[in-house]
Design a binder for this molecule. Structure first.
Ligand code: KIV
Length: 272
């Protein structure tokens, strides 16, 4: 299906706000390395998120907590070297911004200087307000992240849908308004009821990107490795798999093993 979209040569935080104003949905995917980022950017994605989900996807950790600022910078700089068009947003990892605004600013500066990323994302609402303001004051664009915030998984205890209760929903709505007022250029809403997400998206002028937050928001983000089916044990309802690379790669690698063992590979034409 072809969709109306303006041809942005380079996506900026300003383009995203324009997309919202023109009712053009924003596409966002994660990437953590050069080769994948090259494909994702070439396919026309608007935003690449160098997510701290790299902790799970690339390093095999159970949570996003262990990944370090140095490791995020390594992933982000690999992504930045690949892109021609997309906006690159880099997660501030757990422990790099929670203790005080000065530390948050130092971490954000390191990301911008050492990786070449275009913006940072951080989880939380009013509790990180001062840090957000400090980073914004230094001219660094900030994206907020509300709802299920995986860096607080040990506080929540589970990865189930957030803000189903009125009190938490109310707090989330207030946090979204605060993020807009503070100057964030966008907000990720993760795993909250679709109706609430739509209400939040309508209440702010900045783009709201959802993951497991329904279709009433301004754009969608998925973890690339889930979306192309490289991972196969994670099956939340919100995930649409566009490929089954886990199976395809397993078959291809199995075939290679057989070909090596049977001496079918390399053939006469595959050698010098
Ligand atoms: O780290 C990540 O991949 C994210 C997305 C789930 C939004 O924050």
């Amino acid at each position: 299906m072809s969709v109306a979209k303006k041809d942005y040569k380079r996506v900026t935080v300003k383009s995203l706000v324009e997309m919202k104003q023109h009712n053009e949905k924003i596409s966002m995917l994660t990437a953590y390395d050069y080769t994948m980022a090259k494909i994702v950017d070439g396919a026309g994605i608007d935003v690449i998120l160098v997510g701290d989900s790299a902790s799970n996807v690339m390093a095999g950790h159970e949570t996003t907590l262990p990944i370090t600022l140095d490791q995020m910078i390594y992933h982000a700089s690999s992504v930045v070297r690949a892109i021609d068009r997309a906006l690159v947003v880099v997660d501030l990892p757990f422990g790099s911004y929670q203790s005080d605004p000065k530390e948050a600013l130092r971490s954000a500066i390191r990301i911008m200087k050492e990786s070449g990323g275009h913006a940072v994302k951080m989880e939380g609402g009013k509790e990180v307000k001062d840090s957000i303001k400090r980073i914004l004051n230094a001219g660094i664009p900030v994206m907020g992240h509300l709802g299920l915030t995986p860096q607080s998984i040990y506080k929540f205890g589970t990865y189930t849908v957030r803000a189903k209760e009125e009190q938490e929903a109310q707090q989330l709505k207030e946090d979204a308004l605060m993020l807009e007022k503070a100057g964030c250029f966008g907000i990720v809403l993760e795993k909250i009821p679709a109706k609430l997400a739509e209400e939040v998206a309508k209440s702010v002028s900045i783009p709201v990107i959802g993951i497991g937050a329904g279709g009433g928001v301004d754009g969608q983000v998925l973890v690339l490795h889930d979306m192309i089916g490289m991972t196969h044990e994670f099956n939340p309802r919100f995930l649409r798999r566009y490929m089954n690379l886990y199976e395809e790669m397993t078959t291809a690698i199995g075939q290679y093993v057989d070909d090596v063992k049977s001496k079918d590979f390399p053939s006469d034409t595959e050698q010098y």
